[in-house]
Design a protein around this ligand. Structure first.
Ligand code: AMP
Ligand code: MG
Length: 417
């Protein structure tokens, strides 16, 4: 197993003089900084769903491998029915069935019974539907005209030998398994699942199940981010919670660098007294505070800790989730060997009105009802219930906007991130 080359030490470095980043620019920087951080392995087809291909896949055979019948009926040479009102053909004994070919030639003037999936016998290129045929003992008759080639599938009409089926970086979907199986592929070269560490930071945080004293709140980010990463097919390293204490954090980061390929932390990523995550990464020499013109969002602390890429997200759950969706997910996908992809979005009608100031891109918790985008009643970024209510985000571009009910807005379902 050959380890991939590490990320460059300065991979998160901002260009000189850059203080604020547009979302566009931040994504472009991430795209350039990231490359796969996982080795390759082989898996059986049955275990390949959700895995990321480590090499292009060519079709080793045609699909279908032979011309065959698309229906149950009678096969014959098609020119005989092209311009005729009534067609009569002698019926040969026997039949062609899937897995049980008819080995005799079918001469002009003759037909033979063929079933769905049967290889077309020599001399057959057309099949007439069984229900449209009058069948005698030695003869069949049916009404024409019927075009030559009707009701058949030609060899390789779906997949041709040598064709590229999937490119390296594709995440294998359920339907891809059928495509791969149909040309007999049983093993795939894929990447090892990315090991993603998840850590919450903050003195105020306690675990659900514990009794909250005054000033304490439950850690909502970790279960959310773990769930998000599990859904993406990553291996999770749950690093628990860390107090706002530099030494505790340092030892957790050291251990994470041994056990993870990427780390997501929440909280402590700003420049305040208790923002130890950013302080530590700054000491390690590789911290970059990314101030992105996005709402919700606060600076993201990006850095490398002993070569481990760290995505320091804001502590606020809404901001954490939005930043994870918009910035961390495409980055992780690339680290995992996948292709860099932006989510598909849709122009939909707004069921809400809003005026927006210029300067930042905004993401609103949204969902589609009756074909229109509704947004959560409050934009308060502490309202986690809005995340649960929502099924996606409405994305509002940077300029000032005065959205009226009925205007078009951009909607991105969560599943597209
Ligand atoms: P911070 O980024 O650490 O300044 O935190 C911003 C806000 O998010 C504060 O109100 C924190 O209490 C809150 N917060 C931070 N981490 C979490 C968490 N894991 N779960 C819920 N709220 C959090
Ligand atoms: Mg904090």
């Amino acid at each position: 197993m050959i380890a991939p080359p590490p990320l460059r030490d300065d991979c998160f470095a901002l260009p000189v003089g850059v203080d604020w980043l547009s979302v566009e620019r931040a994504l472009e920087l991430l795209r350039n900084a990231m490359h796969p951080q996982v080795a390759t392995m082989h898996v059986d087809l049955g275990a390949a769903r959700g895995r990321i291909l480590a090499k292009d896949i060519m079709a080793p055979s045609n699909s279908p491998p032979h011309a065959n019948s698309a229906i149950d009926g009678y096969g014959y040479l098609g020119v005989q029915s092209e311009n005729r009102e009534v067609i009569r053909l002698s019926l040969m004994q026997g039949r062609a069935a899937a897995g049980d070919p008819f080995e005799t030639d079918v001469p002009d003037g003759c037909a033979v019974k063929v079933l769905t999936g049967a290889i077309l016998p020599e001399g057959v290129d057309t099949v007439v539907l069984q229900e449209d045929v009058s069948v005698g003992v030695h003869e069949i008759a049916f009404r024409g005209p019927l075009k030559a080639g009707k009701n058949t599938r030609s060899a390789g009409e779906d997949i041709q030998i040598g064709q590229v089926l999937f490119r390296k970086g594709r995440k294998i979907r359920t339907s891809d398994l059928a495509v791969l199986a149909s040309v007999g592929i049983s093993q795939l070269k894929v990447y090892w699942p990315l090991r993603v560490g998840i850590l919450s930071t903050g003195d105020e945080l306690i675990e659900p199940g514990e009794l909250a004293r005054v000033g304490q709140i439950y850690d909502a980010n970790r279960p959310m981010l773990i769930g998000q990463m599990v859904e993406l097919g990553y291996d999770i390293v749950d690093l628990g919670r860390a107090e706002d204490d530099a030494e505790t954090l340092r030892s957790i980061l050291n251990s994470a660098a041994e056990r993870c390929d990427a780390l997501i932390t929440t909280g402590g990523a700003s420049a305040g007294d208790e923002d130890h995550m950013s302080a530590l990464l700054r000491d390690s020499g590789s911290l970059e505070m990314w101030r992105i013109a996005v709402k919700p969002g606060r600076p993201m602390a990006m850095g490398l800790w002993n070569g481990l890429p760290v995505f320091g997200l804001p502590g606020n759950p809404v901001a954490a989730m939005v930043c994870a969706l918009v910035f961390t997910q495409p980055a992780l996908r690339t680290l995992a060997g996948g292709t860099w992809e932006m989510p598909q979005s849709y122009d939909v009608t707004a069921a809400f009105a809003k005026s927006k100031k210029p300067g930042r891109r905004e993401y609103l918790r949204a969902r589609i009802r009756n074909g229109r985008a509704e947004v959560f009643s409050s934009e308060g970024s502490g309202r986690v219930t809005g995340l649960s209510w929502a099924e996606g985000l409405v994305e509002l571009a940077e300029p000032a906007l005065d959205i009226k009910i009925g205007d078009k807005v951009r909607y991105i379902p969560f599943s597209e991130f």
